[in-house]
Design a protein around this ligand. Sequence first.
Ligand code: CU
Length: 591
Amino acid sequence: MTRVLTQPLVPFVDTLPVPPRLLAPQHDGRLTVAIRAAAHRFHRDLPESPIWGFDGTVPGPTIEAERAQPVRVEWRNELHGPLPVVVTIAPEATDADGVPVQAVPGLSGGAPDEHATALAGHTVVHLHGGLTPASYDGWAENLFAPGQPAVFHYPMDQRAALLWYHDHVMGVTKYDVYAGLAGLWIIRDERERELGLPEGPPFELPLLIQDRNFDVDDQERLTGQLVHKTDPDVMEAFAPFTTVNGKVWPVLDVQPATYRFRVLNGSNARTYRLVLFGDEAPELERITQIGTDHGLLRAPVSVPPDGLVLASAERADLLVDFSDLEPGSELTLLNTAAAPFDGSAFPAADAGDAADLDGLLPYPQVMRFRVIQDQVTRRKIPHQLATDYRSPTPEALAGAPRRAIALVERELDDAPNMLTMRELEIAPDDHTGPLLTLTEGEQTTRYRTVASHFEDATTFFPMLGEYEVWQLINLTGDTHPIHLHLDPFQILSRRAIRYEIPQDGIDDFDLAASITLGRDPDDQLDHAIDDNERGLKDTIRVNPHEIVELAVRFTTYAGRYMYHCHILEHEDRDMMRPFVTMPHDLMPFMA
Ligand SMILES: [Cu+2]
């Protein structure tokens, strides 16, 4: 059914902001960032919103560092409560007109969550994508209260890439990031400079995409107050207004030239499938993707024919060619991904009609590009990009430890659903408890669950320098972007599965399921690996009815790290687990 809501805000009137740049070399690598409450205007026609921000801005300053030049950041927590976000669960999933409550502003009859309001500003900062010693990685339970000193050391001994830093507090990352606690971090290196890629404005710009919702007053006017609203059917917040660099639906005037956009999906839960749309048709051929989460791909690739999919925390380094366009030409970036995202296709040609209330996508527009009169500059795109990595060879993976993790959603009657990552171990022959079986051709492997919740005992102890193969098995109906802290990984395979879960097969700890490699008759997904996923990734989408296999090798830092779903409402409840990287010489002493 096609229903369309009136837009409560005028699109494409605010100029795309460029977050302030903080160039680490200009400060001898010693930075101080205050984390504080402030006010921010998300749109020309909105009142100012109270926010929490790094340096008091949304997004925080873009920190730029050079490879191998360490950066020390004093994260100065000057926050104070209350949390500048009204958190609520609406009593019904749809309003009196049958419109999903998440697609409209206001609280939709929900009461403000008092516990959220009372949050006083404990925080901890994680540099996503950073090869960071464990002490400075931002372990979600190692919190800093306002006034407590936090000085983190970032070695920056890693290739050029777009990273981001954000709050990572256990249980409330979803509220703290929503309140504004996120910023970009760019590492630069010589290889990128050899390629002559644009560096800094005007031709290199970050695009940090986040969805936000606001409260309304008794006249139904938007107040600017941030609202994190969920409902009895959907435990993730999918907000109706898309912001880029902190503005709702901004516009960017571009010269007839090639631009480099460093794109990050920094939303809590929403996945975007981005389509660049002209007068009547998609113009995806203008986009060349040169990099992904951990930097340059080996060669430039086109974005997938349906559009560029980015789940929460995924990044893309894009070159977009506007050089042949007449002054006054306009291109609009549209999102065609319904929420919650489950990998379903949507043709780019139909992006103009992507509005889908039931898919919690009332306004598909993301931002607009408007070509201005200026000198035309064309740029040649290099054929070869990265030269510093290869796919791991079968020999390198032959003896690699294999780890299996099932992604599981447990329905609860009186509380939001519980999402967990069940760590699996091959069951002994005499095992009598619940089993997960995985059948591939003639061979069936029997697994038992050894950990389900964050606080369960650690079972993953990867050895530094050794490849591991991790299998992520999705037994839920939604796509989960799974993020590993520390080193990047490469995807090996994405394969269709069908499965059965017996009645009561999912309990608080144990899991019973029978899984068979091969496509379910009702499964419409292609389970393909996109070209842009064949780089160095730190976040990978695992779609429904799918096993993703990845190869990871932790290289440098020993210690306690985390991996988790990057849908913030999932990582907070309870889709997050620890792993401990160990140096070779200490392995014999581990119990
Ligand atoms: Cu998830």
